[in-house]
Design a protein around this ligand. Structure first.
Ligand SMILES: [Zn+2]
Length: 283
């Protein structure tokens, strides 16, 4: 069989299997009291199962480097049957990602939309419901989403979560992150002079525009699961700036890149015996 085709099949099979296994990690991290830090830690937590699955893919790439092309081994039909569920999960994730881009953003009420060039949109009906202070508060919240390019981050997070479907732990990580994201943007708006009560009024006024299906946008309401806690939070004094340490993204990225390199070397050196056993099993 052609080496690259076999490699791609094995990556989907073993990478998909690894993703489903690593998705079981609960990922609940409650050590950070400040929303900004919590959001960043939970953002990283979303990506751990994917990073570990890519470590398996790196190991397979290392194995492929040690193989001639075409690979002179018999590949059984069972391998192609086993890969079907993972292909289906991937196709579903791609479809949902594409669909979320096609959704109309009109019903979002007030939202930040656009992956590459985010902008804030406000439904005309909402302007009739909210008073000027609430609109000002909502716009400050959306400007915080805009600064952090949150529509793109939400879209990517939804995609990596969908790749772990149907694991409920992955969905819970995504929901936890979305709740923290909204609280972090609320805090940012309040740090810029917005009253929590005005923002709470804007959120409650926007609830009627809540969508059943998530569009690729960062709207004002955010995750409904976190709404009661969020409103209560907005009505309390703004939390003091926390001195808690934030994750160092560059250090984490360096560590992950190193793990991928080590995995590729291990695949190059010792991958053949394991893959031979797998191919024998599928025959
Ligand atoms: Zn928001």
């Amino acid at each position: 069989m052609e080496r690259e085709s076999l490699l791609a099949t094995l990556i989907v099979l073993l990478g998909g299997l690894a993703l489903q296994l690593f998705a079981a990690w609960p990922g609940r991290i409650g050590t950070h009291s400040a929303a900004r830090q919590r959001e960043r830690v939970l953002w990283l937590a979303l990506w751990w199962p994917g990073a570990l699955a890519l470590t398996v893919a790196a190991w397979l790439c290392g194995w492929a480097l040690s193989q001639p092309d075409p690979v002179p081994k018999h590949v059984g039909g069972l391998l192609f049957v086993a890969v079907v569920p993972f292909v289906a999960v991937g196709v579903r994730a791609v479809f949902r990602a594409a669909w979320s881009l096609c959704r109309s953003t009109r019903d979002c009420g007030i939202a930040t939309v656009g992956l590459l060039w985010p902008r804030i949109v406000v439904a005309p009906e909402l302007e009739k419901i909210l008073d000027e202070r609430a609109i000002h508060a909502a716009l400050a919240h959306e400007r915080a989403h805009l600064r952090h390019r949150d529509p793109m981050r939400i879209w990517l997070a939804q995609f990596v979560t969908d790749l772990q479907w149907p694991r409920s732990s992955a969905q819970r990580r995504f929901t936890d992150w979305l709740v923290s994201l909204e609280e972090a943007r609320d805090d940012e708006a309040r740090a810029n002079g917005v009253e929590g009560a005005d923002l709470a009024a804007a959120v409650l006024g926007s609830v009627r525009f809540q969508l059943g299906f998530r569009a690729a946008s960062a709207n004002l309401i955010g995750e409904t699961a976190g709404l009661p806690g969020r409103i209560a939070r907005l009505l309390r004094p703004i939390p003091a700036a926390a001195l808690e340490q934030e994750p160092h993204y560059l250090m984490v990225a360096g560590g992950v890149a190193m793990a991928w390199l080590v995995a590729a070397v291990l695949g190059l050196s010792w991958g053949e015996r394991i893959i031979d056993a797998l191919l024998a099993l599928s025959s």
